[in-house]
Ligand binder design. Structure first.
Ligand SMILES: Cc1ncc(C[n+]2csc(CCOP(=O)(O)OP(=O)(O)O)c2C)c(N)n1
Ligand code: SF4
Length: 277
């Protein structure tokens, strides 16, 4: 008789693939990758039970750098792909990686509806207030007075507020993290995965190439002074009035997640039969 397989506890390094990231030296996304792999180890998951889905952007390269199942999709469309995957394969832990361009601009509408649907996903947006991959255009979270080649003197446009929009749209868990604190970021990701429903983590992740001044975020990021609330009204007031560098869980809701399909769709033949006219 074969001896039973020993349960092996995996470490963060077991979730890192052999591909060497091509990010610029000092990019915040290195630490986010580290935080994700640490969180998966903390959760005692295995790579074959996890899928990482993304769109397009420097931040969206994350799936290739993990040993989990990965899907590097189309710009702005990570959430629909992840939603379909989670509903069809509810036993998988599904993480979604995005950037502020991918997630709030071209993918903005999917963001609203993913919050509303409340499928059990963990959405990690690496926000650097710029389109990094396409060389520094302003994004929805860019400050109105940030001058760039495309918008000398700034866009003059008000920033998108992802956290309050997530709250208003129904996200069940809302946190802000900072890539400069990979251990804190890992703990927040693990907490988000554990919380049922759609969990959203906005990670401040500097683009040192196009926004070198973001290196200064390490001096202004600070732990949230009060614990999370489950009251959306209080959370809204708090998120609307904080300084944008408040790190921690800000809201944990109690909405039941969207129910995964209760019955298996069966074989393709069964499906064909069911849809026969
Ligand atoms: C349909 C489509 N439109 C535009 C692009 C070009 N494009 C690629 S990445 C990107 C922006 C990425 O910015 P962000 O999501 O903030 O990620 P970052 O590179 O900063 O991590 C754009 C506009 C594309 N690939 N596909
Ligand atoms: S361009 Fe910016 S976001 Fe992209 S890898 Fe370089 S530092 Fe990171």
């Amino acid at each position: 008789m074969n001896a039973p397989l020993a349960t092996v506890t995996l470490q963060a390094k077991d979730f890192k693939s052999d591909y060497k990231p091509v990010w610029c030296p000092g990019c915040g996304d290195y630490s986010v990758l580290s935080a994700i792999t640490k969180a998966l180890a903390m959760l005692a998951l295995r790579p074959e039970n996890v899928a990482v889905v993304s769109g397009i952007g420097c931040s969206s390269r994350i799936p290739a750098y993990t040993t989990c199942y990965g899907f590097h999709g189309v710009h702005g469309r990570s959430l629909p792909a992840a939603t379909g995957l989670k509903v069809a394969r509810p036993e998988l832990t599904v993480l979604v990686a995005s950037g502020d361009g991918d997630g709030y601009s071209i993918g903005g509408n999917h963001f609203l509806h993913a919050c509303r649907r409340n499928v059990d996903l963990t959405y990690i947006v690496m926000d650097n207030h710029v389109y990094g991959m396409t060389k520094g255009q302003p994004s929805p979270t860019t400050e109105p007075d940030w001058p760039s080649k495309l918008a000398p003197g700034g866009t003059g446009l008000r920033e998108f507020h992802p956290l309050v929009i997530a709250l208003a749209s129904g996200a069940n868990f809302i946190a802000r993290a900072f890539s400069g604190d990979p251990n804190g970021c890992a703990t927040l990701i693990a907490e988000a995965v554990r919380h049922p429903g759609f969990s959203f983590i906005e990670v401040l992740s500097p683009c040192v190439t196009f926004r070198p001044e973001q290196r200064g975020w390490k001096d202004v990021a600070h732990p949230a002074p009060v614990a999370f609330t489950d009251d959306p009204g209080r959370a809204a007031r708090r998120i609307m009035t904080d300084d944008g560098f408040n790190i921690g869980v800000l809201y944990k809701g109690n909405r039941p997640p969207y129910g995964a399909a209760q019955t298996s769709p069966g074989s393709v033949k069964d499906l064909e039969k069911a849809f026969q006219l």
